[in-house]
Design a protein around this ligand. Structure first.
Ligand code: GUN
Ligand code: FE
Length: 430
């Protein structure tokens, strides 16, 4: 890496590029040049156009170069207990493992150590962007945000709101405490530039009526985005029906609180495994992003989300690791999981729901989720220069492969150690 590249987000890289031109269409450009001007991709060219000839070129010839991935749904405090309680379903898993573990984030020394590991692994993984749940604790959440701010990644982090149906001391004392803690957290996070706050009511069972109303007022006044969970598990859905008898379905409960997308409330709903046709219609009309988390949905026996329908109906959709429901933080892995569970869905549940293709899974893990952050997840002109330079030397091949074949192998085989370089909005992390 030369100094110009390190300190100036204007550069040119040469190599073999793959990116989504659209949801179904992969663009593959061998031996081309990507021009990055102030962190924004100016395009990919066979020859460097005259006006860019003064810009330094770094040669990654022979390397596959991809857009950075987006993890649209993960839980930082759950990183420490991955792979535990995987024989349980959601509500038992929350009570047995998740809530006791999250209670420990009152202790700042514990939080610092655990969040350091999470952040270090995020830096070295393939995601350049992520939407992250912290815990309900203000100080530990700010600590996580400081670490992520320094990491160079671009992220959104939520202090979790939860004032009912969870054990003391994790449960917030009442809705007023939850809202005033949220105000404190937002005030303290104003200095952040790359790690920004996102309102995070955990899910309907954890949030009282006055808390949801207070969060909706806050959302309206601040324009902040929102993330939560929706229709993940059958017992959870039944419970929400009891808690919100006036809503016809789970998503309508969020909608009635004015925390469900629309022009001024960008929203991510994780899972949507058991969404009814009415709920899907509302997700679409409100432009809510679905965070599809196939590994978590398998581990917790939640089910298989009808992703073919979401893709065909043009819903906004990206992929999430959902650590620790999911055990693997890599969105490459989420791509293969999405393809695999869609094949089971097609074979066993609905023969009309054709499996997710490599192109579609790649799109979901890049531009599909990335657009929650703006123009992120493709190399089209004007999009953010989030870049992964891959090293495929661990996957030897006997005959020359097409770029599409090389991409499929990287999706299925690569690990964090196969990422040679990573750039976020033009800034090189390593
Ligand atoms: N629903 C409410 N909280 C959680 C959580 O921590 N993980 C998952 N997978 N679902 C949830
Ligand atoms: Fe989750």
């Amino acid at each position: 890496m030369n100094n110009t590249m390190k300190h100036n987000f204007t550069f040119i890289i040469k190599g073999d590029f793959c990116y989504s031109a659209s949801k179904k269409e992969l663009a593959a450009r061998e031996n081309h040049f990507l021009i990055c001007i102030n962190g924004i991709c100016a395009g990919i060219f066979e020859n460097i156009p005259m006006q860019y000839r003064h810009i330094p070129v770094t040669d990654y010839s022979g390397h596959l170069i991809l857009p950075g991935l987006t993890d649209l749904h993960t839980h930082a405090p759950q990183y420490s207990f991955r792979g535990m309680g995987m024989d349980l379903e959601l509500l038992d898993w929350l009570n047995t493992h998740t809530f006791p573990e999250e209670s420990r984030y009152e202790d700042l020394a514990y939080a610092r150590n655990a969040y350091r590991r999470f952040t270090d692994d995020m830096i070295h993984g393939p995601s350049t962007r992520a939407c992250i749940f912290a815990t309900r604790h203000v100080t530990a959440t700010l600590l996580l945000m400081d670490m992520l701010e320094a990491s160079g990644l671009i992220t959104k982090v939520g202090k979790v709101n939860m004032d009912r149906n969870c054990p003391f001391p994790l449960c917030e004392a009442d809705f007023n405490t939850s809202l005033s803690d949220t105000q404190l957290w937002l005030e303290a996070s104003k200095k952040q530039k790359r790690c920004l706050p996102i309102l995070t009511p955990r899910f309907i069972p954890s949030c009282s009526d006055p808390l949801m109303k207070g969060l909706a007022d806050l959302q309206k006044n601040t324009g902040l985005p929102v993330q939560s969970h929706l229709s993940e598990n059958l017992s959870e859905i039944e419970w929400v029906q009891e808690l919100c008898p006036d809503s016809r379905f789970y998503g309508e409960a969020y909608y009635n609180y004015h925390l469900f997308g629309g022009e001024t409330c960008p929203t991510i709903m994780a899972h949507c495994v058991h969404s009814s046709p009415e709920e899907i219609e509302l997700l679409k009309s409100q432009n809510v992003w679905v965070a599809h988390c196939p590994q978590s949905n398998t581990n917790l026996s939640s089910g298989i989300a009808p992703v073919r329908r979401y893709l065909d109906q043009d819903l906004r959709i990206g992929l999430g690791s959902d650590i620790a429901g999911g055990t693997c933080g890599s969105i490459f892995r989420a791509m293969t999981d999405a393809i695999q569970v869609s094949k089971l869905y097609w074979r066993l549940i609905d023969t009309d729901a054709v499996p997710v293709t490599v192109e579609e899974a790649f799109w979901m893990g890049t531009a599909g989720g990335g657009t929650f952050f703006g123009k992120t997840g493709s190399f089209l002109p004007g999009w953010d220069a989030d870049i992964l330079v891959m090293d495929e030397s661990r996957f030897p091949n006997t005959s020359p492969l097409t770029l599409r074949q090389r991409l499929e192998r990287v999706i299925y085989l690569s690990e964090d150690r196969d990422i040679l370089h990573k750039f976020v909005a033009g800034r090189q992390l390593f």
